[in-house]
Write a protein that binds this ligand. Structure first.
Ligand code: FAD
Ligand code: NAD
Length: 475
């Protein structure tokens, strides 16, 4: 073990939250160290959005290639070489790492970065040691250690895999059971279904995507089924997993009736938990909430006043933009006072499935609890750009407050859904009235135009700008 390195601030974890926290603390003049178990970039760069989105891009290319015949382009049936795809995943992760402007900014801010340091743990409230022999003493700490896949206390659970095992497969499995229909589960199921795996998706709740608008969840489930996937919602309780000659069998039961499903691979995606097991938080006086996430206040202070936490480890919205914003707040507060607080903002989110889905603002059910609303749904098989591109699956749903005419929510299923809701998020955050959105002459023919059309229809229903609104209905 080295002598203690004295620091003002030590940040643990170099994912998006840790990178921003370290950058901010360094910028504010604090002597800052960034210590991470593995590589710069965290799960986001190596195991989450960047590599998974690269798989999703391969799935999209396969789908697009199958459309070529409709446009008079003759090609033979595309064939996926999975090992070559994984090379591409590594290439992309490497490129993202190389071009990450944050690395240079962090160095320029004077932050010392300790990558591949092994897991860090507290030995007393102000001392942190890493598995590979570094020791730090610091005034303040920021926990940015992210999360891990939740495990279930079910016999045979060790036979299941997680999304991370996609990186060590040598070929596309012939069959797969995916357990859990949240953001991770649907993404894995959709990508491998497009790759030709026979996928069965099991969701314990009443529907997949429980935090999405109900119509969105239903449309995604329908599309999955039409694409040959078996989607089983409210399927009962898992009793056990057992090894079979060809893979793994999942035994489950509902209302006293036992059933089973078998596949070459079972992927569990039943939730995301804080990655705190190595940190020895008790010795530092850091409390966790009943779900195991680090408890923080609005300034991202933990129960130990000199320790802050940011990103997935706090169990709030577990997304990259939110991790970055948290990191900024925690870095600021660890390095100086007066402290700043995290704010509630519109948070657009979505996933790169086939079809894509995305949301900004309130779901229809939530909006109806507190508002009198107008709801407009524009199907993708009725708008110009979607018809041109042959992308006619899906819809754009816009939810508007009848009294104030403010946009409350936008939910999209279909091509470019994730990009489309960004515009709605800006409109919601800006407090725009729906007719203001409808008046913007959005480019034609575009996917964003579908949102303009929904706004125009809503404005007409609300009896504002009735004549002008008709213009947008061409889009
Ligand atoms: C499959 C998947 C797809 C996703 N897709 C998206 C997406 O499309 N868009 C989006 O916005 N979000 C997506 N997310 C969520 C996003 O990846 C996370 O919200 C984000 O990475 C959280 O950042 P973080 O900095 O809190 O943690 P992480 O990125 O998890 O980084 C934490 C870092 O801390 C390190 N660490 C942990 N314990 C220790 C320790 N004891 N000592 C030292 N270091 C430690 C870890 O090794 C890791 O490097 C996805 C997640 C998954 C699982
Ligand atoms: N594209 C993206 O932006 C993206 C992708 C993946 C993950 N993420 C982030 O990671 C977070 C975690 O996502 P996640 O999907 O890992 O977890 P989750 O908690 O969102 O979903 C888990 C799902 O598993 C189901 N489930 C729980 N126990 C089960 C059981 N025994 N059998 C069958 N189903 C069961 C739950 O009902 C739920 O639908 C998300 O909230 C999101 O913030 C984002």
């Amino acid at each position: 073990m080295s002598d203690s390195i004295p620091m003002d601030v030590v940040v643990i974890g170099a994912g998006p939250a840790g990178l921003l926290a370290a950058l901010r603390a360094g910028d504010l003049g604090a002597r800052t160290a960034l210590v991470t178990r593995d590589e710069f970039g965290g799960m986001a760069a190596h195991d989450g959005p960047v590599p998974v989105r690269t798989l999703a891009q391969a799935a999209r290319l396969l789908r697009d290639a199958r459309q070529l015949g409709r446009y008079g382009i003759a090609v033979t049936e595309p064939v996926l070489d999975y090992e070559r795809l994984l090379e591409r995943v590594r290439e992309v992760s490497g490129d993202v790492r190389t071009h990450a402007a944050l690395r240079e900014q962090i160095a320029a801010a004077g932050v010392t970065v300790h990558e591949n340091a092994g897991a860090a743990r507290f030995t007393d409230p102000h001392t942190l040691e890493t598995q590979h022999g570094l020791r730090f003493r610091a005034e303040k700490f920021i926990l940015c250690s992210g999360g891990v896949s939740r495990r279930l206390p079910i016999p045979g659970f060790e036979l299941t895999k997680t999304h991370s095992d996609a990186w060590s497969l040598t070929s596309v499995p012939p069959t797969m059971v995916v357990v859990g229909g949240g953001a991770t589960g649907v993404q894995v199921a959709s990508v491998f279904n497009d790759f030709g795996t026979r996928v069965q998706l099991f969701e314990a709740g009443a529907r997949i995507l429980p935090t999405e608008d109900e119509d969105v969840a239903a449309a995604v489930a329908d599309s999955f089924r039409q694409a040959g996937m078996e989607v089983r919602e409210d399927f009962g309780r898992i009793e056990r997993f057992e090894a079979t000659p060809g893979g793994v069998r999942m035994v489950f039961s509902k209302d006293g009736v036992q059933d089973s499903a078998e596949a070459a691979l079972v992927v569990a995606a039943v939730g995301w938990m804080a990655d705190t097991s190595a940190l020895n938080l008790a010795v530092a006086g850091v409390e966790t909430d009943p779900r195991g996430f680090v408890r923080v206040d609005a300034q991202l202070r933990t129960s130990a006043p000199h320790i802050f936490a940011a990103g997935d480890v706090t169990g709030r919205l577990m997304l990259v933009p939110q991790a970055l914003q948290d990191g900024f707040v925690a870095g600021s507060n660890a390095a100086r006072s007066p402290m700043i607080s995290v704010t509630d903002q519109v948070s657009p989110m979505g996933s790169f499935t086939d079809p894509e889905y995305a949301q900004a603002g309130l779901t229809e059910a939530k909006a109806r609890q507190t508002h009198d609303v107008v709801v407009v749904v524009v199907p993708f098989d009725s708008t110009t750009r979607t018809l041109i591109d042959g992308q006619t699956t899906g819809f754009c749903k816009l939810i508007v407050d009848r009294a104030t005419r403010e946009i409350l929510g936008c939910h999209v299923v279909g091509e470019r859904a994730v990009d489309l809701v960004q515009i709605a998020a800006i409109a919601i955050e800006a407090g725009m009235r729906v007719e203001q959105l409808a008046r913007i002459p959005l480019s034609f023919p575009t996917y964003t135009g579908v949102l303009g059309r929904a706004a125009a229809i809503a404005a007409r229903q609300l009896q504002v700008d009735v004549d002008r609104a008709r213009l947008a209905e061409l889009l």
